[in-house]
Design a protein. Structure first.
Length: 163
């Protein structure tokens, strides 16, 4: 992300788009390999939520997650039920992994958004001619599964935009 930002700062938007594409791929690969059971974690979490009374979930939504736990005299309050649900969920390693996975995927999406904005800016500025931008667009459309092929295309694209 730093490299992409630096290219943006220097007004080299096509190169910024390529850098952000590399960030996107890095996050997607990390998510893909670090969390191979994300789908199963989602199913477990969904089952926990489905077996939790709707009133407990409503209490979480209505009272917010950041409020302090009530005192013992309020033990029958709706917020106590929400706090118990929160404690149960926090103790689920499935949730922790799923949140980490979601963070990586969200970071990849953010990099995708930045790469799309950078290439649009490069195209709007008629940066580096049609051939160079066409090469960059090919890289941006490339799948994240084959990193070696992606890197080869990035190298070719960088040469075509003279970076």
């Amino acid at each position: 992300s730093f490299v992409g930002h630096e290219y943006e700062r220097c007004k080299k938007m096509a190169a910024a788009a390529l850098a952000y594409k590399c960030v996107e791929v890095a996050y997607l690969k990390a998510a893909y390999y670090k969390y191979p059971i994300a789908s199963k974690d989602r199913q477990v979490l969904q089952a926990v939520v489905q077996t939790t009374p709707a009133s407990d979930i409503d209490n979480l939504n209505n009272n917010g997650l950041s409020k302090m736990a009530p005192s013992n005299k309020d033990a029958n309050s709706p917020q106590v039920a929400g706090n118990h649900l929160l404690l149960a969920v926090r103790n689920q390693p499935h949730l922790t992994r799923l949140l980490a996975y979601t963070n990586d995927v969200n970071s990849a999406f953010e990099a995708t958004r930045k790469s799309q904005m950078a290439i649009a800016s490069a195209a709007g500025n008629h940066e580096k001619g049609v051939d160079g931008l066409s090469s960059v667009k090919t890289v941006l459309d490339f799948n994240f599964r084959s990193v070696n092929d992606l890197l080869r295309l990035v190298r070719i694209s960088m040469e075509s935009i003279s970076c």
